[in-house]
Design a protein around this ligand. Structure first.
Ligand code: UDP
Ligand code: MG
Length: 303
C-alpha cells in the first residue's frame, strides 16, 4: 500500500491541534492508504510541543520535528517535506481551515486520475477580514502581471503531491522561500479542487498586516524582475520627457523650463543606471538561489 505523509506546520496551536488530529484521523482511517502525520513545531511558545509529544506517544502515525525558535511557515513546510517518507505528501494547516474531507478527492486525483498534484482552491473568503480580502484579491492580479509564474486566486499551500514533485520542491534550497511560487515554478500536472473556507477551529491567525505585506513582497521579488525593469522604463520615459521639454525651451526659453529639462534628464539617467545595476544584482540573486535549470518528471534513462 502507498504511504501518504501529512505535513502540518504548527505555531502556537495548542487549542487546535487535538481537534485537528481527531478530524484528520477520522478521514484518513477510511482511505485505502498507509499514512504518517509529520507535525512541525515552529518554535511555539505555548504547549504545542507538549501536545505533539503526547500525540506521538499514543498514535504511532505521528512524527514530530521541533524548531529551536519560530522560523516561519515556509521553513516548517520545507522541514516537514524533508522529513517525510511518503509516496505522496499533503501540506495542511493545523487550524482545520483546510478541511480533511478534501483529502479523499485529492488522493483520487493523484492515485487514479493521473495528476501529479491536487491543490485545494479556496472559493470563498467569508471568514477573512475586509482588508485581508482586498489585499489577497489584488495581490494575485499584481503578481500574475509582474512575475513569470502563474498563480491562481484562492490557491494556497494546501495540496497533495507525488514524490517526484516533493523532490523537485526539496531541490530548491533557496533561503527566502515563497512556496506558492515554487509550486508553480516546478510545474507538474495539477488538479484544482474547490472548497469553501472554514473558520479557524480555535486561536487566531498568525498573520499581521506587516507579515502579509512582507509575504507579498517576497512573492514579487522572488519571481520577478519587474521592479528593476520599472526603474529602467521610468528612466527612459523621463529622458524622453526631457527631450520634449528641450523642444519647449527652444521655442520659449525660460529659466523654469530649463530647470525642468535638466531635472528630467538627470533623474532619467540616474534611474536608467539604477535599473542597469539592478539587472546585474537580480541576475546574481537568481544565480545564488541555485534553482535547477529544469525539472525532469520521468525518462527512460536513470535519473
Ligand atoms: N504557522 C507556522 N509558523 C508561523 C505561522 C504560522 O507554522 O510562523 C502555521 C500555523 O500554525 C498554521 C498555518 O501555519 O498551521 C497557517 O497559519 P495561520 O492559520 O495563522 O494563517 P492563515 O490561515 O490566517 O493564513
Ligand atoms: Mg489558518
Amino acid at each position: 500500500m502507498s504511504l501518504l505523509s501529512i505535513i502540518v506546520p504548527c505555531y502556537n496551536e495548542e487549542e487546535s491541534i487535538l481537534l485537528f488530529h481527531e478530524a484528520l484521523c477520522k478521514q484518513v482511517d477510511q482511505m485505502p492508504v498507509d499514512y504518517e502525520i509529520v507535525m512541525v513545531n515552529d518554535g511555539s511558545s505555548d504547549d504545542t510541543l507538549k501536545l505533539l509529544k503526547q500525540l506521538s506517544a499514543i498514535d504511532e502515525h505521528c512524527i514530530y520535528v521541533s524548531f529551536s525558535r519560530n522560523f516561519g511557515k515556509e521553513a516548517a513546510m520545507y522541514a516537514g517535506l524533508k522529513a517525510c517518507h511518503g509516496d505522496y505528501a499533503v501540506i495542511m494547516d493545523a487550524d482545520l481551515q483546510h478541511p480533511p474531507y478534501l483529502l479523499k478527492d485529492m488522493y483520487a486525483a493523484i492515485s487514479e486520475e493521473g495528476y501529479d498534484c491536487a491543490g485545494g482552491l479556496r472559493i470563498s473568503r467569508t471568514h477573512d477580514s475586509r482588508l485581508r480580502k482586498f489585499v489577497s484579491h489584488n495581490f494575485y492580479q499584481v503578481i500574475n502581471s509582474l512575475s513569470d509564474v502563474e498563480m491562481k486566486e484562492g490557491e494556497g499551500d494546501f495540496r497533495m503531491m507525488k514524490r517526484c514533485m516533493i523532490n523537485a520542491i526539496l531541490s530548491m534550497k533557496e533561503y527566502n522561500r515563497y512556496s506558492k511560487g515554487l509550486f508553480s515554478f516546478v510545474g507538474f500536472k495539477t488538479k484544482w479542487i474547490p472548497f469553501e473556507d472554514e473558520e479557524r477551529a480555535a486561536g487566531n491567525s498568525k498573520w499581521s498586516l506587516k507579515s502579509l505585506f512582507s509575504y507579498a513582497m517576497e512573492g514579487i521579488l522572488s519571481f520577478s524582475e519587474a521592479p528593476v525593469h520599472m526603474a529602467m522604463v521610468l528612466g527612459i520615459t523621463l529622458c524622453l520627457a526631457s527631450v520634449i521639454s528641450l523642444g519647449f525651451l527652444l521655442f520659449a526659453p525660460s529659466f523654469a523650463i530649463g530647470l525642468v529639462t535638466i531635472l528630467l534628464l538627470l533623474s532619467g539617467i540616474q534611474l536608467i543606471f539604477i535599473g542597469i545595476v539592478g539587472k546585474y544584482v537580480t541576475k546574481d540573486y537568481m544565480e545564488n538561489k541555485q534553482r535547477p535549470l529544469y525539472i525532469v518528471k520521468e525518462s527512460n534513462l536513470p535519473l
